[in-house]
Design a protein around this ligand. Structure first.
Ligand SMILES: CC(C)(COP(=O)(O)OP(=O)(O)OC[C@H]1O[C@@H](n2cnc3c(N)ncnc32)[C@H](O)[C@@H]1OP(=O)(O)O)[C@@H](O)C(=O)NCCC(=O)NCCSC(=O)C[C@](C)(O)C(=O)O
Ligand SMILES: [Mg+2]
Length: 362
């Protein structure tokens, strides 16, 4: 595998293409809300959703019928041209690189709405070669269309090979913005035996030991607690490490059981706690869940500010509520405080909530 020299990594890949970014901005993206631009009823709702969700994503790939692929592409162009997105980001998910639609997706979208598109999500990414292909063609199209800032790339991990190559994918281009989990395709590709779109599985569990009976032997008839485990823990943790290593952002992905808002919130929170910055929303009901979960809680911010106040110059160790805090726990607290500040910039309700927190004397 040949790698570019350091001096060439940030060179545009086409004459006249915009300068690649040296750092990917940490823009709030708690919910990436999917819509089908060929579905007129759904598309009509999009302009009113601006400002209520961090990212609106016009989906062109799976979940769009083959007969509607052109209508979806054209519908997205129309919505993008007619809508002022304000603080809300506009993303798209293009068709897979081996599909008959992807070339037209790119050559249509970039000249028509390239200035408005923040991020292009590429499905079923297998390795760095897929990112290199999209990277070069975007540069050519941007140069031709006179686009002034680079369109970023987001890869969905939904094949075993993609997961195995996750680090080279993250480092393949300065356009790489982040990664999402594609649990349905990934399960199929790995031959996992779940038929669900994300979420846990009742068969994937650990069981409490049997209690000892009067004879000192395990009572195998006793009722024992079981704890469902997270099928996606390994992959999410791997994604988080790869993204943090490369300065880009990890996201959960779809939760297909739309009606089970409680389990959805649990799955999203697991991802938040492990380091993800956001998730997908497939239905309007999931936006509120994602915004709540991926915004630090009032309790977390109150605690974090106390630690920040108590730690002074950040060195040494102090006791707060019986617990030791030191340089490292200060850094943990700063992750939450800095995230809250970023979110408060774009979410006035959240700003009011955080502003109202009284920070007691340390
Ligand atoms: C699940 C579905 C079919 C239920 O659709 P529904 O019409 O049955 O739902 P509803 O509750 O009856 O809808 C209520 C209202 O909300 C609207 N609505 C409903 N959804 C949306 C939406 N997203 N955005 C905006 N509006 C929406 C809908 O049009 C309706 O409007 P109305 O009250 O005026 O009649 C529908 O919500 C939908 O199609 N969602 C998007 C699905 C999607 O994008 N799937 C692909 C991503 S997941 C994936 O690809 C996997 C992955 C990563 O690749 C891998 O793991 O491998
Ligand atoms: Mg998929």
């Amino acid at each position: 595998m040949s790698h570019k020299s350091a001096k060439d990594f940030f060179r545009p890949l086409a004459v006249g293409a915009p300068q690649p970014l040296r750092e990917i901005p940490a823009r709030p993206s708690r919910a990436i809300h999917f819509f089908d631009p060929s579905n007129e009823k759904m598309a009509a709702k999009i302009p009113a959703m601006v400002g209520t969700v961090d990212v609106l994503l016009g989906n062109l790939e799976d979940a769009i019928k083959a007969d509607n692929k052109v209508a979806a592409r054209e519908g997205l162009v129309k919505i993008a041209q007619e809508t002022d997105f304000g603080p809300t980001q506009l993303w798209t998910r293009i068709n897979a690189l081996d599909s008959p639609w992807v070339l037209d997706d790119l050559t249509t979208l970039v000249p028509a709405i390239g200035e408005k598109l923040d991020v292009i999500m590429v499905p079923k990414v297998q390795g760095a070669e897929d990112i290199h292909y999209v990277d070069r063609i975007l540069a050519q199209l941007e140069a031709k269309a006179g686009i002034t800032r680079p369109i970023l790339i987001h890869a969905i991990l939904e094949t075993a090979r993609g997961v195995a190559n996750v680090e080279e994918i993250c480092g393949a281009s300065p356009r790489m913005q982040g990664l999402s989990l594609g649990p349905a395709d990934l399960a199929a590709d790995r031959k996992m035996k779940t038929t669900r779109v994300g979420g846990g599985h009742p068969g994937y569990l650990v069981r409490e030991d049997a209690p000892r009976g009067a004879d000192g032997l395990p009572d195998l008839d006793a009722k024992r607690a079981i704890f469902q485990q997270d099928l996606w823990h390994y992959t999410i943790a791997k994604m988080v490490d790869a993204c943090a290593t490369h300065g880009i952002y990890p996201y959960y992905g779809p939760f297909g059981d739309i009606k089970d808002t409680v389990a959805c919130e649990d799955q999203f929170r697991n991802a938040f706690l492990l380091g993800c910055v956001g998730t997908w929303s497939l239905h309007p009901v999931q936006i509120k869940i994602a915004n709540r979960v991926f915004s630090p809680s009032v309790e977390d911010i109150a605690h974090a500010r106390r630690v920040v106040a108590a730690m002074g110059d950040g060195t040494g160790a102090v006791m707060i509520d019986g617990k030791m805090e030191d340089d490292a726990s200060l850094k943990q607290c700063l992750v939450l405080v800095e995230l809250a500040e970023k979110l408060a910039e774009i979410d006035p309700d959240l700003k009011a909530t955080y502003d109202a927190i009284e920070t007691p004397e340390a």
